[in-house]
Design a protein. Structure first.
Length: 175
């Protein structure tokens, strides 16, 4: 009968790193949010303490809808990129171009009124503005824009789920 080998510290470290790698995006988001929150407390502690409902609501709604949009688009693009491999490069280009159409670096209030309607077609626009309003106290959005973002999320998740369920089994042969 053989004795089991003792567990070494190296084995525990390798196991921990493998588990952390599977949870990587969530850990990265947690670290980034912690840094953001520390900087926000250093810059404006009054807002965090005296207006907690605004920033908690903005954080939860924005994060949930952005995650839903990412899920829906991820389901759709996973089907398309599995079938058409070169589409990955086009998707990267489109994402980079659309990043400039989302008011992350600049507030929506500085966009010219003639162009603002076009920028508002991006469902992420109102979510970024809501996040900015919750944490900075200023943002340009309406309830209809938030409803538009939410409806886009529902439609993308529904479409992505239907496409993935319909074509998912067929793509096993392609992959």
């Amino acid at each position: 009968m053989t004795q089991p080998s003792p567990v070494t510290m190296g084995d525990l470290l390798v196991t921990w790193i493998q588990r952390l790698r599977t949870k990587g995006p969530l850990v990265r988001f947690g670290i980034q949010f912690a840094i953001f929150f520390i900087l926000l407390i250093a810059i404006d502690p009054y807002r965090i303490v005296h207006h907690p409902v605004e920033w908690i609501t903005a954080l939860l709604f924005s994060t949930a809808v952005v995650a839903g949009l990412g899920l829906g688009l991820g389901l759709i693009f996973s089907i398309l990129t599995a079938k058409y491999r070169d589409l990955v490069n086009v998707i990267h280009l489109i994402v980079r171009l659309l990043m400039f159409a989302t008011p992350v670096i600049y507030p929506l209030s500085i966009v010219q009124p003639e162009v603002r309607g076009f920028v508002n077609l991006n469902p992420l626009c109102s979510l970024v503005e809501l996040f900015r309003f919750g944490f900075m106290g200023e943002g340009t959005f309406t309830h209809y824009q938030l409803l538009y973002s939410f409806v886009c999320m529902i439609l993308l998740i529904g479409t992505g789920s239907m496409l993935f369920n319909k074509f998912g089994n067929k793509l096993q042969d392609v992959i």
